[in-house]
Each structure stands twice: as structure tokens, then as C-alpha cells.
Design a protein around this ligand. Sequence first.
Ligand SMILES: NC(=O)c1ccc[n+]([C@@H]2O[C@H](COP(=O)([O-])OP(=O)(O)OC[C@H]3O[C@@H](n4cnc5c(N)ncnc54)[C@H](OP(=O)(O)O)[C@@H]3O)[C@@H](O)[C@H]2O)c1
Length: 156
Amino acid sequence: MLVAAVADNGVIGADGDIPWRIPEDFAHFKATTLGHTLVMGRATYDSIGRPLPGRTTVVVTRDPAWTAGEYADQVRVAHSLEEALRVAAGLPGDVMVVGGAQIYALAMPHATHQVLTEVHQEPDGDTRYPPWDRAEWVETARDDRDGWGIVWWERS
Ligand SMILES: NC(=O)c1ccc[n+]([C@@H]2O[C@H](COP(=O)([O-])OP(=O)(O)OC[C@H]3O[C@@H](n4cnc5c(N)ncnc54)[C@H](OP(=O)(O)O)[C@@H]3O)[C@@H](O)[C@H]2O)c1
């Protein structure tokens, strides 16, 4: 499952951060991911700076020497997406790929579910959600809010 928040222009990040603040979306992200295993790129891990409580974290990096420093005992490290998915499959809950752009692009061909927050803004940014073919996906649920919404997709 991919979990992402995507602006109308495809932007998901700017300068190593997310270019909007929607507290209710953070609450949705927390509710969706609690108890599960998160696969994330090293850049996204750095932008958070610590493992998220109540979730198991697998970080993908090409750097054979990378560790999560003081959190090394709580963070699993993988050196390819395939390795990350294999490791994550043996860890608690579902496997949830939570970014960023490089890791979403690698994971998209493997994904059967996407939970996408649509952010109805056109922010400047340097990272974008990868292209995906809506014809291959079915919208199974939608929760529209003011200026944003959450959409659940399944591969058809
Ligand atoms: N809106 C959202 O939902 C959302 C979610 C997550 C992140 N973001 C934003 O996205 C941005 C970060 O995204 P990003 O695309 O720059 O980085 P990223 O995908 O988080 O991480 C990129 C890193 O992953 C590792 N990597 C990439 N391909 C790999 C491969 N084939 N094998 C092994 N390791 C690989 C490399 O780590 P090394 O350099 O260590 O080798 C690479 O630098 C930030 O702005 C963040 O805030 C937004």
C-alpha cells in the first residue's frame, strides 16, 4: 500500500519538507499507519528525524554504512526496495510505503492499494508523486474535506 499526500500539481515535497500543514491529514496518516510497518527512503527518514512511534520503520538507502544513529536498534535498513519489501513482510501489520518520490516510483509497480490525500493547492516543490494510470485503478472510497480529501484506490 502506498500512502501519500499529493497536491493538484503532483508536488509532494519542497526543500526536504512537505509544503503544507494540514493537521487533520497528519491525524489520518497516524490512524492509517499505526501498528503497521513503514518503508521509506533515507531522505524522508531524515526529514522526520526519528522512527514514528507505534510503527515499525524500514529505511531504504544505497549507503552500506548508513544507520539511524541513536535509533539504530529501532530502525531496519534495506539496500534496495525489493529487500525492504521482503524485510517488511516479516514485520508487524501491513507494509505501507510512505515516500518519498524516489521510493514511491520504485514501489508503484508493486502496489495494489493507494491511500492518497488530495491537497487542492499548487505549491512550488522539487519532488512529485510518480505518474500512474488511473485506468488501472478503481476508487473504492473518498472522504472530501474543505480544500483537501482522502481517496482510497485499488488496482483493478
Ligand atoms: N507528501 C507526502 O506524502 C510525502 C511523503 C514522504 C516524503 N515527502 C517528501 O518527499 C521528499 C523526499 O523525497 P525524495 O524522493 O527526495 O527522497 P526519498 O524517496 O525519501 O529517499 C531517497 C533516497 O532513497 C534511497 N534510494 C533511492 N533509490 C534507491 C534504490 N534503488 N536502492 C536503494 N536506496 C535507494 C537513497 O538513499 P541514499 O542517498 O542514502 O543512498 C535516496 O537518496 C521530501 O521533501 C519529503 O518531505 C512527501
